[in-house]
Design a protein around this ligand. Structure first.
Ligand SMILES: Cc1ncc(COP(=O)(O)O)c(C=O)c1O
Length: 336
C-alpha cells in the first residue's frame, strides 16, 4: 500500500485484495484510507470489524473448479458460492458494508469460458446479497489474463459477453480487474551468461554417442549467473512458467546437440533451470536468452548465497520513445 501511495495513487483507487490479512495491516489501511478490501471467511469479518469497521468489502468467491488452470488460487482464497449467504449474514449482523464480489480464476486457464462461469457465480451472489438488504455495486474480475494478445482477445470477448448477460447496465455495477502478468510478462527478457561448464562423469556420459540428437542424460552441465533463488524462482512459485525456452544469443554453426542440464549459480542442488535439454556445446561466456520473463520472476528473487539479483536495463525503440515523450530532448546517443 505504501509503495503505491508513494507513487501518488489515490487511496480510493487501491483494493487491498488479500482475504487473510494481518490485523496491523488492516489498521494501516484504515490510517491511509485504503478502504476497499476483500474477505472470504468469518474470522476475517471479525478482524475487520475490530480494526476498520467503516471499510467497504468485497466477498471473494471460489473460481469454478471444473476448468483446468496451470496455477490455481482457489485452493487458498475464496469462499464456495454456496457459503456466501452465511458469510453475508454474519457481515450484516456485524453491520459491515459489503459492496460487491471478487474472484480470481487462477493463471494459465486453458479455456476462457472459466471467466464466464465465474461471472455467473458472482451474479448469483449479487442476487443473494440483494435479498439480504445489501446494495452491491462492484464486481472485481481479478487477474489471470493471459499475456498473449490473441488469447487476451478471446478472454476479453468471453468476459464482455458474460458481463452483458449477467450484469446489464441497469444494475449500475462498477467492473474492476487486477491484471498482473498480462501487463508485465512480455515486457522483460532475461539474459544469463554461462559462468562454468562441466562434462558429466564418465558413468553418466557413457552413452554420449547414442544421445547425440536425442533426448538423454546429461553430457554437459552449464552453470549460469541466475537461478531458482533469483529470477527463475518462477519455476517453483508460478506453474505458468514451466515451459521455459532457452534461446542462444550466438548459436554455434555445429549441428551436434548434447543432453544438457543448466544450473543456477548457488550451491544448492535444487538450483536447476533446465533439465535434460538438447543444446549445442556451449562455452563459458556464452549468453542465453529467455523471453517473457516479466511476471513473478525478479519480484520473488531472494538473493540467497549472496548472488545479486540481475541488473534491469530498460530499453525502448526511438519511435515509441518519441510518442511517449514528445518533448524529450535526449539525443540519439543518449541512454534510453
Ligand atoms: C488477488 C490477486 N489479484 C491479481 C493477481 C494477478 O494475477 P495474474 O498475474 O494472474 O493476472 C494476483 C496474483 O496472484 C492476486 O493474488
Amino acid at each position: 500500500m505504501s509503495a503505491v501511495l508513494d507513487m501518488g495513487v489515490e487511496p480510493s483507487r487501491i483494493v487491498y485484495a488479500h482475504t487473510c490479512k494481518l490485523t496491523s495491516d488492516i489498521r494501516y489501511a484504515a490510517q491511509v484510507n485504503v478502504d476497499l478490501m476483500t474477505f472470504d471467511n468469518q474470522e476475517e469479518l471479525r478482524k475487520i470489524k475490530a480494526a476498520f469497521p467503516s471499510s467497504r468489502l468485497l466477498l471473494r468467491i471460489d473460481p469454478p473448479s471444473n476448468f483446468k488452470v496451470l496455477h490455481e488460487l482457489g485452493n487458498k482464497f475464496g469462499c464456495h458460492p454456496l457459503d456466501a449467504s452465511s458469510l453475508l449474514r454474519t457481515a450484516r449482523d456485524l453491520r459491515l458494508n459489503v459492496v460487491g464480489v471478487s474472484f480470481h480464476v487462477g493463471c494459465g486457464a486453458e479455456n476462457p469460458e472459466i471467466f464466464a462461469a465465474a461471472v455467473r457465480s458472482a451474479a448469483t451472489v449479487f442476487d443473494e446479497a440483494q435479498a439480504l438488504g445489501f446494495h452491491f455495486h462492484i464486481l472485481d474480475v481479478g487477474g489471470g489474463f493471459p499475456s498473449s494478445l490473441v488469447s487476451f482477445g478471446q478472454v476479453a470477448e468471453v468476459l464482455r459477453t458474460a458481463l452483458d448477460l449477467h450484469f446489464p447496465d441497469k444494475r449500475k455495477v462498477r467492473i474492476m480487474a487486477e491484471p498482473g502478468r498480462y501487463l508485465v510478462e512480455t515486457a522483460f527478457s532475461l539474459t544469463v551468461t554461462v559462468i562454468a561448464k562441466r562434462r558429466a562423469s564418465p558413468r553418466v556420459a557413457s552413452n554420449d554417442d547414442s544421445m547425440e540428437g536425442s533426448k538423454g542424460g546429461e553430457v554437459f552441465g552449464y552453470y549460469v549467473n541466475d537461478g531458482v533463488f533469483g529470477s527463475f524462482n518462477c519455476l517453483y512459485a508460478d506453474m505458468a512458467h514451466q515451459f521455459l525456452e532457452a534461446r542462444l544469443v550466438n548459436p554455434t554453426k555445429s549441428p551436434e546437440k548434447y543432453g544438457s542440464n543448466v544450473w543456477g549459480p548457488t550451491c544448492d542442488g535444487i538450483d536447476k533451470i533446465l533439465s535434460d535439454v538438447m543444446l549445442p556445446e556451449l562455452q563459458v561466456g556464452d549468453v542465453i536468452n529467455f523471453e517473457d520473463m516479466g511476471a513473478y520472476s525478479l519480484s520473488t528473487a531472494s538473493g540467497f548465497n549472496g548472488i545479486p539479483r540481475p541488473l534491469v536495463l530498460y530499453h525502448c525503440c526511438d519511435t515509441v520513445w518519441k510518442k511517449l515523450f514528445p518533448t524529450d530532448t535526449l539525443t540519439e546517443d543518449s541512454e534510453q
